[in-house]
Unconditional design. Structure first.
Length: 740
């Protein structure tokens, strides 16, 4: 029997492995003590980031099937049928910890990683979104200044990588709250297109088939990144900068084109991106799915640095790398393709029937372990949960507990909120029009859309989450994230089909955080079942806390929907003067977790109301069907800041003033955030038809005003259009650039 590693306690601590997990390792190795390479492998594969050990219990019940779902969770990305033999491949991933430590490279490699998840499936990436959360950026404190620095770095990183790859960033969301002061969130989404019968999976099978390494050389950058991302931050976290990967988008562009060429050759069995935990996760996952064994010769892996060890090769997270299971005898064809694209390529091993991972270093065996227990049997934890104590206090408050604020003052405060104003400073740094398929891009409100050249249809996508809702009610807040993303897609005339998610929460060792997570998962399940929008892919990011302070629960949801006609993509800003503005849905005076309470009183408080999915579906149905019949000029949902803010955004983007009179029980209800509401623009000739459709569906519809004029006037509040446009388009840049 081998001897235990010297200073075992310290080694386990550094690898984030518990004593109980070490006992499990000894059992898996038949009583043999692991060496340092094997410790590193277990550490990476059983990290929170790779194994989902705290979250898997709650993810198991997600709805994942529908007639249009081709591939659900478990592969690099989800796949849905979009008609005519075409499929959409999409996923969302987090790169939170790296982006806080090193904002440019952290965000850039987040984009690179999600793109590889897409083209590994055989799809060409055609659209990116991102969901970004930062701390407070307004003010002169060191924290405010650092948050502005993070915004600039993250946006630069996303733009640099995506632009170099030639993939348009067509939308996303950016929000701000002090809960992110110590831990920002950077979630990247990508979508690609592929023929339904040309999808590739991350599998290794066929005894004697070669295992091949392609892409960039391996260095020590990103070493231990998966483990780093599975721990909380402290004041010392900036010393973790070496665990952040360094990206090269130009190499990734070559890798993308080489892989797409490879996929036409029928030379491979499977292919896997080397993402979190690098060569370790890709090899174990590919073999684990099929029950195969692997032999790999680590001295054959292309190296970028001198003196690298087997441990370094297995745990490096160097970017732009793939692992391929090739068909025996076809190696040279694969080598020729990658050498043509000036990329490294090497045969580093082969598939066996042993069900074991055997690693060699210059002929010496440095690892020998069964694959299944490592890849498929990571510990599933049943962590304790406890309802957070803060909920009683925040839920006990309502808008009535706060002082009355003059409506005009409230309107100006809400409309100048950084949550409300246009983020052109961000999206102007992204190329949104490359590939020339973007039909509704960033800044156009609600969902973003691309045309599908191959079949004349359009895809709509939207990323959404209101962390304030999730803070005061983790279950309903998560459900409403699904609802909001779906509503935005429906407002573009597309039918919502499926979601991917990125579940960002604090430290799972805190029972209150684990309760938030469990409740959030239940909310997502409930909403996805009710709306018939299954989960096809996703990501969990835990330990988003610094010095014991967790971020707000932030289950970001990206919804994808299909519009049967690329020429029927519905705008979300006013199109003509003298159109009718119709409010669909009921205004109930609901302010729980609202922007109104946050901006005016600095608190996140209240309760979320009961929610009727049937009403939501009626709203979607009306907008989708009325759009098919050409009855609508534009449509936008009512969300943050209520009717007054939604109308003001539509006016700002269109440059057209409006005058509206809304029936409300209290004057401040023009700022409420009741759900299942939308504003639609209708010309005189089509008004009766739209109202009749609403009546037929049992949906409240009220004609509240007309477009046109040189001001925005909603009931008794107003601002001139000149002021509206200045506030909306210039506020964000003034805040973010104030240090420059």
């Amino acid at each position: 029997m081998s001897q235990p590693i010297e200073d075992l306690d310290n080694v386990l601590k550094n690898h984030k492995l518990s004593k109980e997990e070490y006992e499990d390792i000894l059992r898996i190795l038949d009583g043999r003590h692991p060496n340092i390479v094997e410790i590193g492998i277990f550490s990476a594969m059983w990290s929170e980031h790779c194994s989902y050990k705290s979250s898997k219990k709650y993810l198991n019940g997600f709805p994942t099937k529908a007639p249009w779902v081709i591939q659900g969770p478990g592969e690099n990305a989800g796949v849905i049928d979009i008609g005519d033999g075409m499929a959409a491949v999409f996923k969302m991933e987090s790169h939170n910890h790296p982006s806080f430590i090193e904002p440019f490279q952290g965000a850039a490699t987040g984009v690179g990683g999600i793109l590889r998840d897409i083209f590994t499936m055989g799809a060409r990436p055609v659209a990116n979104l991102n969901a970004l959360r930062f701390g407070k950026v307004r003010g002169d404190s060191d924290t405010n200044k650092y948050q502005r620095h993070l915004v600039r770095g993250v946006v630069d990183g996303i733009g640099s990588y995506g632009n170099c790859m030639g993939v348009p960033t067509i939308g996303g969301e950016v929000s701000f709250d002090e809960s992110y002061n110590g831990n920002i969130l950077v979630n990247a989404f990508s979508l690609g297109l592929v023929k339904s019968d040309e999808i590739f999976l991350g599998v290794a099978s066929g005894i004697g088939n070669p295992v091949m390494y392609v892409g960039s050389k391996t260095g020590r950058d990103g070493l231990g990144g998966a483990v780093m991302s599975s721990d909380s931050f402290t004041e010392e976290s900036k010393s973790l900068r070496p665990t952040v990967q360094v990206g090269d988008p130009f190499t990734e562009k070559l890798l993308l084109e080489a892989c797409l060429e490879l996929f036409k050759t029928d030379t491979i069995v499977g292919i896997q991106d080397m993402g979190a935990a690098g060569l370790t996760s890709s090899a174990f996952e590919m073999a684990g799915k099929t029950g195969a064994g692997l032999i790999m010769n680590l001295d054959q892996v292309p190296a970028r640095e001198e003196g690298m060890t087997p441990y370094d090769f297995m745990l490096s997270e160097s970017q732009e790398r793939m692992l391929i299971c090739a068909k025996k005898g076809r190696e040279q064809e694969i080598i020729d393709i990658f050498e043509k694209w000036e990329l490294d390529v090497a045969v580093i091993g082969e598939v066996t029937d042993t069900e074991r991972m055997e690693l060699f270093w210059h002929g010496d065996k440095v690892c020998d372990m069964p694959i299944a227990p490592v890849s498929e049997e990571a510990p599933i934890l049943d962590r304790p949960t406890a309802r957070p104590g803060y909920l009683d206090e925040v839920n006990a408050k309502s808008v009535a507990d706060f002082d009355k604020v003059d409506d005009q003052e409230a309107y100006e405060k809400l409309f100048t909120s950084i949550e409300t104003v246009d983020k052109a400073w961000v999206y102007n740094q992204y190329d949104s029009m490359v590939q020339t398929n973007t039909s509704k891009g960033p800044g156009s409100l609600d969902a973003s859309c691309i045309r599908i050249k191959e079949n004349g249809r359009a895809l709509a996508m939207s990323s959404d989450c209101n962390p304030r809702y999730c803070y005061i009610d983790p279950r309903k807040g998560a459900a409403l994230a699904v609802v909001e993303s779906g509503r935005n897609v429906a407002m573009s005339g597309a039918r919502p089909l499926s979601i991917t998610d990125c579940l960002n929460y604090g430290n799972p060792e805190n029972p209150e955080v684990m309760w938030q997570f469990a409740e959030g998962c239940e909310g997502i399940k409930e909403a996805c079942i009710a709306l018939n929008t299954p989960v096809v892919s996703g990501n969990v990011s835990l330990y988003n806390e610094t010095n014991g302070v967790s971020v707000f629960p932030t289950p970001a949801i990206a919804m994808v929907g299909l519009n049967d006609d690329e020429n029927r993509v519905l705008p979300s800003s006013f199109q003509e003067a003298f159109s009718n503005i119709v409010l669909l849905g009921e205004t109930k005076g609901e302010f729980g977790g609202s922007l109104y309470i946050k901006e005016l009183f600095g608190e996140t408080a209240g309760t979320l109301p009961t929610f009727d999915y049937k009403n939501e579906l009626k709203l979607w149905e009306l907008v989708i069907e009325a759009n098919k019949e050409g009855l609508l000029k534009s449509a936008k949902d009512v969300n943050l800041g209520g009717i007054a803010v939604a109308l003001s955004k539509m006016a700002a983007v269109s440059g057209k003033g409006i005058e509206a009179k809304v029936s409300v029980a209290d004057s401040k209800d023009i700022f409420d955030e009741s759900q299942s509401r939308a504003l639609v623009e209708v010309c005189d000739a089509d008004l009766d038809a739209v109202l009749a459709m609403a009546e037929g569906l049992g949906l409240r519809a009220e004609v509240i005003g007309k477009t046109g004029g040189d001001e925005v006037k909603v009931n008794e509040v107003s601002l001139p259009m000149e002021k509206i446009k200045d506030i909306y388009f210039n506020t964000f840049a003034r805040i973010i650039e104030q240090d420059l």
